[in-house]
Ligand binder design. Structure first.
Ligand code: TYD
Length: 334
């Protein structure tokens, strides 16, 4: 299997590339990544130098760049190239439309020309907020709240349209929130872990009672591994976990694991359009692939905290001037 992983130097991409390199050594892996602020080639450096992974720097918005890399006889593309941070999408939506909508259309067109199947990684956020007791199935209506979620919903629509119009080989996976190593420190968990480790206050939006489901990134990777083998054209699959938790309880748990003071919690202005709850029904994927997440939240959080504690150099290298500017713009003088 000759796999092209677009966005393979970001959080999910890095973990997926590492997972496949060790669990599927027979695969030939090529990473295609633009290396924007959230992607780092150094994340996969050891795999590149061992020859387990080939790397091409490129942008999914440019068909000539994709055409060139698809010439290598690629059997499947897994698309993880995306702008992913909701707060940034509220500040500057344009980049999200470019990468997550236009880029996906270009990728679809290039894959179709070469008859290469596309597995696209979407998000539970496309369904919008779920009322208490409700979890959305794959055929639920889209009701995105943020520009990020709207851009991801748009991509899903373009992909489903290509399946119907051209019979294109494409499938979609919609996971809940992921946690684990290599996540850029703008997201709740790495941001809070980094600050708590340094004894700094953490910004909880609003009352912190918004809830999310969390999936450890290793479980996400094992699910994608199964989906590669059982690729099913035109299918959408939710990927959920058993663990729903409020942001405030999650923050308290992180504080306990790290061993610092609960007084470091600061309630700050809520995110505009903040969805109170995401919840999806993941039974379709579980029934089809016999997959179940192996990591309970407590173990996932402890592994994640330990990884950031053991890799201070990684966190430091990601906190560039650009990060500092974003942080000041988003949080002011916290
Ligand atoms: P995030 O990691 O940005 O993921 P998403 O918005 O895609 O779910 O945020 C997870 C939750 O944490 C979300 O409800 C927003 C909240 N949050 C905070 O309360 N404070 C923060 O500083 C951040 C980044 C997120």
């Amino acid at each position: 299997m000759n796999l092209l992983i677009t966005g393979g130097c970001g959080f999910l991409g890095t973990n997926l590339v590492g997972h496949l390199a060790s669990h599927r050594p027979e695969y030939h892996l090529t990473v295609f990544d633009l290396l924007t602020y959230a992607g780092a080639k150094s994340n996969i450096k050891s795999l590149i130098s061992k020859g387990s992974v080939a790397f091409v720097q490129g942008d999914i918005c440019y068909p000539d760049q994709l055409d060139k890399v698809l010439e290598y006889g690629i059997d499947m593309v897994i698309n993880l190239a995306a702008e992913t941070h909701v707060d940034r999408s509220i500040l500057d939506p344009g980049d999200f439309v470019r990468s997550n909508v236009f880029g996906v259309q270009v990728l679809l067109d290039c894959c179709r020309k070469k008859s290469v199947p596309l597995m696209h990684i979407s998000t539970d956020e496309i369904y919008g907020p779920a009322p208490k007791g409700v979890s959305f199935r794959e055929d639920a209506a889209f009701s995105p709240s943020s520009p990020y979620a709207a851009s991801k919903a748009s991509a899903d629509l373009l992909i489903l349209a290509a399946v119907r119009t051209y019979g294109q080989e494409a499938m979609i996976i919609r996971p809940v929130n992921n946690l684990g190593p290599y996540q850029y420190p703008e997201k709740l968990i790495p941001l809070f872990v980094d600050r708590l480790m340094r004894g700094l206050p953490v910004p909880v939006y609003g009352d912190g009672k918004q809830t999310r489901y969390w999936l450890y990134v290793d479980d996400f990777c094992s699910a994608v591994e199964l989906a590669i083998e059982g690729f099913s054209k035109g299918e959408c699959h939710n990927l959920s976990s058993q663990t729903e938790i409020s942001n405030i309880d999650l923050t308290r748990q992180l504080i306990e694991i790290i061993g610092c003071k609960q007084e470091l919690i600061r309630h700050v202005d809520d995110r505009p359009g903040h969805d109170r709850r995401y919840a999806i029904d993941g039974s379709k994927f579980v029934n089809k692939f016999g997959w179940l997440p192996k990591f309970e939240l407590d173990r996932a959080l402890r592994n994640t905290v330990k990884w950031y504690q053991d890799n201070p150099g990684w966190l430091k290298s990601r906190k560039t001037k650009e990060f500092e500017q974003y942080f000041d713009r988003q949080y002011g003088s916290l």
